[in-house]
Design a protein around this ligand. Sequence first.
Ligand SMILES: [Zn+2]
Length: 311
Amino acid sequence: MRRTYVLGMIVVAGVVAAAAANLGAQQQPAAGGQAGRGGGGGPALGKIEKVADNLYFIFGAGGNTGVYIAEKGVVLVDTKNPDNGQGILDQVKSVTDKPITHIINTHTHGDHNGSNVFFPASVEIVSQENTAANMQKMAAFQEALNRHGLPDRTYKDKMTLLGGKDAIDLYYFGPAHTNGDTFVVFRNARVVHAGDAFANKGQPLIDRNNGGSGIAYPETIAKAAKGIGKVDTVINGHSPVTMKLQDLVDFGEFNRLFLEHARASLKAGKTPEQAMMDLKLPEKFKDYNLTGGRGGPGGNFGVIFEELKGN
Ligand SMILES: [Zn+2]
């Protein structure tokens, strides 16, 4: 016990120093920023919905929370905006008596890890290593009382959590929404939780302050669609309904066409607004929401132009 205590003190001291060094560098986007839902708005916490055997998701109050009932306990994927821990727990309790043993955070945003701190320190929190580093800088985790909401375990490119029929594969394919987006694959159920790398059918948020990239985005999604193995169903970061693997494939193509148009438009001396206005997409993207929200009338072209210019 004594050794644990001493190590804990060293970790806390290191963290305080790191936090001090990082002060002023925090540019977290507003929680709940997806699809223009900002501030206190956005849909309320929904009822738990079944996706497959032992697998559920809870919509609203931030990003979608995945709920996987493994043999020894429940694995959550993302914990929504702050102050939704009890609401998540109540929904989980409506389908199982098992305790929550793990939380996987798909990325660093507060609408996906905001209620981590509600859960006891004994719950193991897992994320990609860049996300863990990004979370270390979040204002929400600076207080000593909240440090247990940070990841306990990280990986770089791939890791498998649990085993046998419960195996959950975590993959990182490169920068997209941030530089630490995890695709969580429930192997037996053939379902992926894609987080905000694929939040919904529309322009993704490209959070360059947390290492996101509009240039890498299409390639990262294409790699994911190929690399996640046998998957039928997608739980998105913010969609109220699940999607199919083909939707993820199409979303990769959407981002590729968007980037190609950005390159051509920048070369032609167009503004982001002009690029947005003359963007033409194939018929299959007709249900994509390209108006409203992201980036104003220039959409994502503003942020992608800056990245293309090397800024
Ligand atoms: Zn996000």
